[in-house]
Design a binder for this molecule. Structure first.
Ligand code: ATP
Ligand code: MG
Length: 556
């Protein structure tokens, strides 16, 4: 479907409505606000595509804003990885900004509210504050600190900032409504004391604003017109608007959409961090991870991830997206762009008995038959001894087995038609060698044999083949929704999510490039891994050619 023909999603409807009434003078300004406490995952890609996509569509701008108000969990390593990932997805931000750059302004905002009698310093313990909050069915209760004088509050807040009190001794709270049906409005905490080093502001601050007293204000400071977040922030919206109204600052508005959940994985940085820290995976960019860096290393392309985000769309209700849709998107893209090569993953030796010993010839194979002209091609060396896939030979082939068995003929891809004459077995009954003869007049592109064979198989010439470590990946978890299982989600990890094998690949793949997709003919899509060296090739399987998990469609 062309994007022009697609009906608008509900956020585009809101934007078009605002444009038609002249709100914000026709300006659209969004932001993507990650907390730099982990690597981005495919859920974040949905938010990135939404925010940057809206700005592109309506000639607007998007800020990249690091929501760095939590000194303990944040790190510059994460900041750098986030920037890499957004750029890799193909987006460029208008401004790179940090909530921590607003700490002075936020402090002034807090003093403003105190002076209006709308905020107070509370000495209660976290337990006391929780107990006084009430429950969804019972109102909260005010404590004695709520009636502190404005002067006392100003003084105490200045002392909090000056470092006079230890962590947790006091908090600053907004004076909203302890009886509000919305628990978030029952005098929410604005500032807490935390004597911790911040990755940008160092030791300047020992009080840090809470999310609710940083996010909306940062939006207003940047004059964000449409602040998009996930559904769990719906109950925060009233507070978002309350602060903006009481501070009389730019009226940014918050809109909520459903987060992306995907089958057979987890989608929370906290959980992904556990997988990394406990060595269940090799790192944030392990190709089994749902992180953007993991997908990139696995061989996903930016276009395939954007296509996926486009297809899942934007909705107001949570659901669980089947990971096979993501796999469909990468197959679609790689089918059009990956260069075709040959690699044998489970080899058995094949000897062409009528091909002269010691002779080598050079054959030709197109890079990409999906493209007119084939995008050029490469030379493929051919000789008397080849590896073929073990599963392409059967001792007792059933009917309609269009591969090899004694008396059967196949075409070797880009080469000749061969006929199987016999085979050799070892003492354990394993087939060790297959003997064939070839038809010299059947060379691909110059075939005058007049013989039609049904099957074509891939192969590599043994003296020319390169060995490669090939990493085959499967789902990281065994159940569809591991986060919803009882107990520790890590108990559900798939013990067979990584299989490492040694394969033989055609000579040309010695020059494989990082970031490029290759189709190993009949075997799947692969990409060079960053662990590859001049002496040792390493490939990741991005995805198989077909969905191995798809339910068999019964033929009627
Ligand atoms: P996590 O729960 O994985 O730690 P988060 O929401 O805490 O994610 P942030 O760094 O705060 O991570 O998120 C940045 C932006 O990405 C937010 O606007 C958030 O709503 C959005 N986002 C996070 N996870 C998803 C998701 N699964 N689907 C869509 N958007 C998401
Ligand atoms: Mg968050």
């Amino acid at each position: 479907m062309m994007s022009e023909e697609k009906s608008l999603n509900f956020i585009e409807e809101i934007v078009e409505d605002d444009l038609s009434t002249g709100k914000h003078n026709g300006r659209v300004h969004t932001r993507f606000p990650p907390e730099p406490n982990g690597y981005l995952h495919i859920g974040h890609a949905k938010s990135i595509c939404l925010n940057f996509g809206l700005a592109q569509r309506y000639n607007g701008k998007t800020n990249l804003r690091f929501d760095d108000t939590n000194p303990v969990t944040e790190d510059t390593e994460y900041v750098e990885s986030i920037k890499d990932d957004v750029r890799w997805l193909g987006f460029q931000w208008a401004n790179e900004l940090y909530a921590s750059d607003y700490f002075d302004i936020l402090y002034a905002f807090a003093l403003n509210l105190i002076k209006q009698g709308l905020a107070y310093v509370d000495d209660s313990t976290p337990e006391e504050i929780a107990a006084q909050k009430g429950t969804p069915t019972e109102p909260g209760t005010a404590n004695q600190y709520r009636s502190r004088s404005m002067e006392e509050n100003v003084h105490l807040f200045e002392e909090m900032k000056a470092g006079k009190y230890p962590d947790g001794a006091k908090v600053l709270r907004a004076k909203v409504d302890m009886a509000s049906p919305n628990m978030h409005m029952r005098d929410p905490i604005m500032y807490r004391i935390k004597h911790a080093h911040h990755h940008r502001t160092g030791d300047k601050w020992c009080i840090y604003p809470m999310y609710d007293f940083a996010h909306g204000q940062s939006d207003a400071i940047e004059e964000i017109t449409h602040s998009l977040c996930t559904l769990e922030f719906i109950p925060h919206r009233a507070l978002y608007e309350w602060f903006i109204e009481k501070l009389d600052i730019f009226p940014s508005r918050q809109y909520e959409f459903a987060r992306l959940n995907m089958t057979y994985t987890v989608m929370s940085k906290r959980k992904l961090l556990q997988l990394v820290n406990e060595n269940h995976v090799s790192g944030w960019d392990d190709p089994r991870m749902p992180t953007i860096s993991g997908l990139r290393r696995r061989g996903y392309t930016p276009a395939s991830v954007r296509d996926f985000c486009d297809r899942i769309g934007i909705a107001k209700r949570e659901n669980l997206i089947d990971v096979s849709l993501l796999e469909f998107c990468i197959r679609e893209d790689l089918n059009k762009t990956a260069w075709r090569r040959m690699g044998v993953l489970d080899p058995v030796k094949l000897v062409i008995t009528n091909y002269p010993e010691g002779q080598t010839e050079t054959l030709f194979g197109e890079n990409n038959p999906e493209v007119e002209g084939g995008e050029g091609g490469r030379e493929i060396p051919f000789s008397r001894e080849l590896y073929i896939e073990r599963e392409d030979f059967m001792e007792v082939p059933p009917k309609k087995f269009f591969r090899l068995g004694v008396g059967l003929m196949v075409r070797l891809k880009n080469a000749y038609i061969i006929k199987c004459d016999d085979f050799v077995k070892d003492a354990e009954g394993n087939i060790t060698e297959i003997h064939c003869t070839y038809l010299p007049e059947s060379k691909s592109g110059h075939d005058t044999s007049g013989i039609n064979v049904k099957g074509t198989i891939h192969w590599v010439s043994i003296p020319h083949a390169k060995t490669a470590e090939v990493r085959l990946y499967d789902r990281l978890f065994q159940s569809e929704n591991p986060a919803a299982e009882e107990g520790d989600f890590k108990d559900d990890l798939n013990p067979n999510s990584l299989q490492v094998i040694t394969a033989y690949v055609e000579q040309d793949l010695a020059g494989a490039q990082l970031g490029k997709g290759y189709q190993f003919i009949r075997k799947g899509y692969f990409t060079l891994d960053k662990d590859s060296t001049a002496d040792k090739l390493v490939f990741n399987r991005t995805v198989t050619l077909k969905d191995a998990w798809a339910k068999e469609v019964k033929k009627g």
